[in-house]
Design a binder for this molecule. Sequence first.
Ligand code: HEC
Ligand code: HEC
Ligand code: HEC
Length: 102
Amino acid sequence: MKRCLAVVAGIVLLGAGSALAAVGGGDITLKNTGGDVIFSHETHVEGMAQACTECHAELYTSAKQHKTVSMKQMGKGKSCGACHDGKKAFSIKGDCAKCHTK
Ligand code: HEC
Ligand code: HEC
Ligand code: HEC
């Protein structure tokens, strides 16, 4: 628990240093063969009132340390698939264009 809090504190500091106006990590572009995906901290954190700890540091650490996952792995609950399962949020099995904007 202590270690987990330290990581989150580090992420908060990082965020404050890099983009003052952005919420958390701001907009993150994930490049992949299915078309760029823009992950918005603003909609996930402000609009949905989700705590930083829902995603950090278990699902994600930082964009630099990003571990690429496949759609298949997301179907098993990794990355976006932890919530985008058709229950907590719209499923990764449809609505491709909601995430893949290009
Ligand atoms: C719904 C999930 C989710 C929530 C909630 C969330 N984040 Fe993130 N965050 C991400 C993702 C996805 C990335 C990209 C990391 C990756 O691709 O591995 C990220 C990356 C970051 C980064 C690194 C940005 C960079 O350019 O390296 C910072 C800083 C950050 N988040 C801060 C926060 C803070 C502060 C909060 C709470 C206010 C928060 N995040 C809440 C999903 C989330
Ligand atoms: C909730 C958002 C989301 C939805 C919905 C979604 N994707 Fe993805 N997809 C992503 C993200 C994010 C990545 C990049 C993952 C990474 O970098 O770790 C990705 C990666 C991919 C990739 C490259 C990796 C692989 O598995 O081959 C393909 C192809 C892809 N998506 C196709 C699709 C198709 C087709 C659909 C609709 C059936 C879809 N995606 C729906 C977020 C989504
Ligand atoms: C902690 C849970 C959680 C994680 C992890 C998560 N999301 Fe979401 N996301 C939600 C919820 C809840 C909604 C709102 C409900 C809905 O739209 O079905 C949402 C909505 C969205 C929307 C629509 C927002 C809008 O502006 O209309 C997009 C796009 C999206 N997520 C992309 C992603 C991508 C890409 C990832 C992975 C990098 C991701 N999400 C990871 C919970 C999550």
